[in-house]
Ligand binder design. Structure first.
Ligand code: BES
Ligand code: ZN
Ligand code: ZN
Length: 499
């Protein structure tokens, strides 16, 4: 569920709640001043009685006597001279949603360029606030059969003087939101609903009609590709693996694509190296990397981005059974390199090994970015605030860091080094899927493993284990799955690769 009825208009909606601005020093912004005149000074009078501290994004609401409007919500915009970023405008939208959701069916938001300063694009202010509001309103409630939802809000009108610009900009941002929502939805779904085959059907349904080429490899075809590392992980489950390849040709014909590869373990029990019961249910989120690739391609296609992009979703279920892979097994990856399985729970790197090798061989991409809920170690290092970024290319890493700063999907660059590469050597095969005892640095040793399969290509790995879901309400996302990565990589493509 999310708010769908959003309009831009030159007037406020009748019988709605009105949203205007106030600065930290208690003075009214242009929209609130206009309202104050309309209501004969009543806003100023009411504010005198309010407990207002002047903190950025603080909200105050009250009911006016004898008007056709239900409530007034005043949002603190900070200092009058404050320069806004797009991320802060999104947060403003989220704050408005939180203040209004349970208050009224319909609101009119009056905040515009006379209230706040957004130099980058004054005509986009309403659209970006609307985007933040839309993102915040999304919830995963399809399995709740009783309607306990106290949300009343259904309709939002933004009063703005830049109608055309607002509508055009919002259309693009709504397309991006639709990509983010698809990611949030498939990642939120439990593993009895989302498994490799079913996610394949969803991918076709969502992307084919938008002009994305979707190719789905079934087990026999994956065997022909000699993806022994990926197949080994999937062999214990009745749900057979799939490898999905997405192609979007929006750029020049002679331009090499940018590749995105996603870990798609639809459930990670740990396999024979089974995980403890505590928190195992969260391993339905272990396909979040593939979920991001799917949502990203939806956003790219809806916005018809002028880029060439390929996506690979490596989908398996990791289960213990009589046919499951054992610790001690040795598998041969598509690259020909052999891997000694030390823990069947370090499975993400195994499926990515084959997916990365495939994508660099087949498409010679100008850059490869993989996303994976790869290690618990990255959560220990960076908590739920940053994703871990690993890269063999400083320019690529900088590009991703810049988009992280703009979108608020934060990354922190982590090291790769020779020392950690050596730590995954095996006595009996080319490498182990675990590092030597005592090495620690689990996020890095997993990344070193992946690096052995990118064949020197420009590559970045984003470990999203800590950020793919949240147990606290975040600014533009309520509790649950975040969709982290879609906005980040959409911005990254738009900024650096759209000509
Ligand atoms: N899917 C997990 C990583 C994970 C942990 C994701 C916590 C989200 C939250 C991964 O497959 C895994 O089990 N990794 C092991 C690796 C270990 C066996 C080297 C881990 O991190 O414990
Ligand atoms: Zn695992
Ligand atoms: Zn996993």
């Amino acid at each position: 569920m999310f708010i769908k009825d959003i309009e831009f208009s030159s007037d406020v909606a009748e019988k709605s709640t009105l949203v205007a601005g106030i600065y930290s020093d208690g003075s009214l912004s242009a929209s609130a001043t206009w309202l104050d005149q309309k209501f004969h000074g009543e806003i100023v009078e009411r504010m005198k009685k309010c407990d207002f501290s002047g903190k950025l994004f603080e909200t105050t609401s009250f009911v006016l006597s004898a008007t056709d409007y239900n409530h007034i919500i005043l949002v603190c915009l900070g200092e009058k001279s404050k320069k806004y970023t797009s991320l802060e405008l999104e947060k403003l939208g989220a704050v408005i949603y939180s203040a209004a959701a349970k208050l009224d069916k319909s609101i009119s938001v009056l905040l515009d360029k006379d209230d706040l300063n957004f130099e980058e694009c004054p005509g986009c202010i309403a659209a970006i606030i609307a985007f933040g509001l839309t993102l915040k309103s999304w919830t995963f409630d399809k399995y709740k059969t009783k309607n306990n939802d106290k949300v009343k809000l259904e309709r939002i009108v933004f009063m703005t003087s830049d109608l055309d610009e607002s509508r055009t900009k919002f259309k693009q941002l709504k397309n991006l939101a639709d990509g983010i929502f698809l990611t949030r939805e498939v990642v939120s779904e439990p593993a009895n609903v989302i498994y490799p085959e079913s996610l394949g059907h969803i991918t076709e349904d969502e992307l084919k009609h938008l002009g994305v080429e979707v190719q789905i490899f079934r087990p026999a075809e994956i065997e022909n590709l000699k993806m022994g590392a990926l197949l080994g992980v999937g062999q214990g489950s009745e749900k057979t693996p799939r490898l999905i390849v997405l192609k979007w040709n929006g750029g020049r014909q002679d331009e090499q694509p940018v590749a995105f590869v996603g870990k798609g373990v639809t459930f990670d029990s740990g396999g024979i190296s089974i995980k403890p019961d505590d928190g195992m249910g969260d391993m339905k989120y272990d396909m979040a990397g593939s979920g991001v690739v799917l949502g990203l391609f939806k956003a790219i296609a809806l916005n018809k981005l002028k880029v060439n992009a390929v996506g690979v979703m490596a989908l398996v279920e990791n289960m213990p059974s009589g046919s499951a892979q054992r610790p001690g097994d040795i598998v041969t990856s598509m690259s020909g390199q052999t891997i000694e399985i030390m823990s069947t729970d370090a499975e993400g790197r195994l499926i990515l090994a084959d997916a990365l090798w495939y994508v660099q061989e087949k498409f010679q991409p100008q850059a490869i970015i993989d996303l994976a809920t790869l290690t618990g170690a990255i959560v220990v290092a960076l908590g739920h605030e940053f994703a871990g970024l690993f890269s063999n290319c400083d320019v690529l890493a900088k590009e991703i860091e810049q988009s992280a700063a703009v979108t608020g999907e934060k990354v922190w660059r982590m090291p790769l080094s020779e020392h950690f590469d050596k730590a995954i050597d095996s006595d009996v095969a080319d490498m182990c899927n675990l590092s030597k005892p005592g090495t620690r640095a689990g996020g890095t040793t997993a990344a070193q493993f992946l690096q052995r399969f990118v064949n020197g290509k420009r590559w970045a790995h984003i470990d999203i284990a800590g950020v793919e879901s949240t147990k606290d309400d975040l600014f533009v996302c309520s509790k649950g799955v975040t969709g982290f990565g879609v906005h980040l990589l959409f911005d990254f493509l738009q900024r650096n690769y759209v000509k």
